[in-house]
Design a protein around this ligand. Structure first.
Ligand code: PGA
Length: 241
């Protein structure tokens, strides 16, 4: 795991976009794993800018998102499908994008189908991750064991509270989600995790310096051969070095 600390969030986003740029220039038909939430928004802005400047061509890129709320259709304003179209897809020339469906008639089958689609695409070259305050990645919450494949997961209370800011009330926050599993994420050839702000400092400390445990799901990333972590000073503030 390589950890870089930057002065501010804008620099984190520029560095993340540079790594995506290198990936796409090296392999124009890259398979990218994407994330939602506040963390990647500035990175997506940078990617849009690079596309508009004629530097990035997404026409042969395929994407798979980490997760989706169960019960929200793609046109719901808080669905991750809607988020991705607003924040990235509608601004670039991408053709092949995938998110797991939150409203499939058989959600267990949807989990299997999503895994299969990723395999058929040749696996993920570069997976972007944020991290929850509780150390979750995707919606893989602290648990007794790491869930391997794409799965239906219950949101932790702390996640519901953290995500409440996007909804009019806490009751409206879906309580379950469909998420790539820890195994799905770990099979990506490279992983890029971003974290900004003081609220992430404890999770980052545990991820980098604590034990590898499913109680802090992101800690498993230390056993992946190619993980880059980009932090602002606040998120890195509890690290010992
Ligand atoms: P955030 O969420 O980017 O909105 O902080 C990250 C996460 O929960 O994985």
């Amino acid at each position: 795991m390589i950890v870089h600390v930057f002065e501010n969030a804008a620099q984190v986003a520029r560095a993340a976009a540079a790594l995506f740029t290198a990936q796409i220039l090296k392999k124009p038909d890259s398979v990218l794993g994407l994330a939602t939430g506040s963390t990647p928004i500035d990175t997506y802005q940078e990617l849009i800018r690079l596309h508009k400047d004629g530097i990035l061509d997404f026409s042969r890129v395929t994407t798979f998102n980490l997760d989706e709320y169960v019960g929200l259709p793609a046109d719901h304003e808080q669905s991750y499908d809607y988020f991705m179209r607003q924040q990235l897809f509608s601004h670039i020339n991408i053709k092949s994008t995938h998110l797991p469906s939150g409203i499939a008639p058989d959600m267990t089958q949807e989990c299997r189908d999503y895994e299969e689609l990723i395999k058929q695409a040749g696996g993920i070259d570069l997976q972007l991750l944020g991290i929850g305050n509780n150390g979750h990645i995707g919606f893989n919450e602290p648990a007794d064991a790491f869930p391997y494949n794409t799965n239906i997961t219950s949101l932790a209370d702390s996640t519901i509270k953290a995500n409440r800011r996007f909804f009019t009330s806490e009751d409206e926050v879906p309580k379950t989600a469909i998420s790539m599993g820890i195994g799905t994420i770990m099979e990506a050839r490279s992983i890029l995790l971003l974290a900004m702000g003081e609220g992430k400092a404890d999770a980052i400390l545990q991820m980098v310096e604590g034990p590898i445990t499913p109680r802090l799901p992101a800690s498993i990333l230390r056993s992946h051969p190619s993980v880059t972590v980009l932090l602002d000073k606040a998120a890195a503030s509890k690290l010992s070095c």
